[in-house]
Design a binder for this molecule. Structure first.
Ligand SMILES: Cc1ncc(COP(=O)(O)O)c(C=O)c1O
Length: 437
């Protein structure tokens, strides 16, 4: 039940007044299920908010959190060390491909994005290329809500009420191409050439002004936009050619979401200069984010006097003991339960199940990769966005948690999902799509 002062909580990314009339409340969680405030089980079709990759309340994580609060509450990480933060950093680095060997901790995906963008600017400046100040994002990308992330982000409705944001930012076109790629499975065939827009941006602004390009290897929040075959490779080539840092925002794709490897960089075979991550880093239990840097990026910060602060950046809660404990126990859980491999094994079953919705009323596209899928519905002529909302809202009350953005329904279940839970998900979703006019 909502408390009497219903206006006290200004809910994030929520239609607050609509919510108060028709609330959806969750009060418990275990494994693949939430419990709502009426005691009903709700199957988690989107890992909370793309973060609970190991399922809810894994035993190791719960125990680690109980243990740490009985031992230490807070350690400052500025000029003082918490030993387990070093261990967590080395464990995260070991999961990243190539020479992505250095980890800067923060508390969210937004902070990880802003951290990476600041590191890119400082990297060039420290190497004597201070004219490289432009940041390039992409349409339909989401990099959180800090001023940096918003500025490179490509969601008009998120940006428009905040004024001009950062100067010197440009955007690549998005890669969503329904005319050529509808109902694709895995990486769509067409669209590598969308990366060539970077050549045009470089020609327009001159490479000497461009610091970094940031993209989600797979855009999650704007409706599961899977990169076309060859697209990320081409972006990598162009960035390398012009000395531009490539940042992959793996806040959603990190920690096994695409199956097989920890990061999309490895699954998709393209190594960026910086990876940002959060969410699955602690299985969503404690806020934590990270920027993972390649050797050459890190080394640029290690050239000043040894007693000088290497980077004037950090958060009071960087390397917080609670987050570190959650991170270590989460990584143990992923490894001991082979969850990245499990995601790859069950992904073909998930793919068949989601594509079984092809042909249902209003379904204009279905796309998937690993354990992520997007089901795009035709918008109602007079009220775009309402059809997917209706499916999402009814699904909740029928025991299935989904995400929606515009008229796209997104699914990204915990990597522990079973075949029968996949069947349950798509039977419910199919029924609702048929019922919602
Ligand atoms: C790709 C991506 N980057 C950044 C963020 C922001 O993360 P946070 O909400 O933890 O700040 C998100 C959140 O969904 C995301 O999907």
């Amino acid at each position: 039940m909502l408390s009497t002062n219903q206006d006290a909580y200004f809910m994030p990314f929520t239609a607050n007044r609509q919510f108060r009339k028709t609330p959806r409340m969750l009060v418990g969680a275990d494994g693949m299920y939430y419990t709502d405030d009426a005691g009903n089980q709700v199957l988690d079709g989107c890992a909370g908010l793309w973060c609970v990759n190991a399922g809810h309340r894994p035993r190791r994580v719960v125990e680690a959190l109980h243990k740490v609060v009985d031992t230490v509450d807070f350690v400052p990480n500025f000029q003082i060390g918490y030993p387990l933060a070093f261990e967590a950093a080395s464990r995260v680095a070991a999961l990243a491909p190539g020479d992505l060997n250095h980890v800067f901790f923060c508390n969210s995906g937004s902070e990880a994005g802003d951290t990476a963008l600041k590191i890119a600017l400082a990297y060039h400046r420290l190497r004597g290329e201070g004219s490289r100040t432009r940041l390039i994002g992409r349409e339909r990308s989401y990099h959180g809500v800090g001023f940096g992330g918003m500025s490179v982000g490509g969601i008009g409705s998120n940006r428009k009420i905040y004024g001009p944001l950062l100067p010197g930012v440009d955007h690549l076109p998005h890669t969503h191409d329904l005319s050529r790629n509808a109902f694709s499975r895995g990486q769509p065939e067409f669209g590598a050439e969308y990366a060539d827009a970077l050549e045009r941006i470089v020609a327009l602004h001159d490479p000497s002004t461009i610091a970094a390009v940031i993209v989600e290897p797979m855009s999650g929040s704007t409706g599961v936009l899977v990169p076309p075959v060859g697209y990320l490779q081409r972006l990598r080539e162009i960035c390398t050619k012009y000395g531009i840092l490539l940042i992959f925002d793996e806040v959603i794709t990190g920690f096994g979401r695409l199956g097989g490897s920890c990061f999309a960089a490895e699954s998709l075979g393209v190594i960026p200069d910086i990876i940002t991550c959060a969410k699955g880093l602690t299985n969503g239990t404690v806020p934590m984010g990270a920027a993972i840097l390649r050797d050459h990026v890190f080394e640029a910060f290690m050239q000043g006097p040894e007693n000088g602060i290497d980077i004037p950046h950090g958060y009071t809660y960087s390397g917080h003991p609670l987050a570190v404990a959650a991170c270590l126990a989460t990584l143990d859980t992923y490894r001991e339960e082979n969850l990245f491999e499990r995601a790859a094994e069950i992904a073909p079953y998930f793919e068949e199940a989601v594509h079984s919705l092809n042909g249902l009323p209003h379904v204009v596209d279905i796309r998937n990769i690993g354990l992520v899928a997007g089901v795009e519905l035709e918008p109602r002529a007079v009220a775009p966005g309402t059809r997917a909302y209706d499916v999402f809202h009814r699904a909740f009350h029928e025991g299935l948690l989904l995400r929606y953005t515009g008229d796209i329904i997104a699914l990204s279940p915990p990597l522990i999902i079973t075949k029968s839970q996949i069947d349950e998900t798509f039977e419910k979703l199919g029924k609702l799509i048929r019922e919602v006019a």
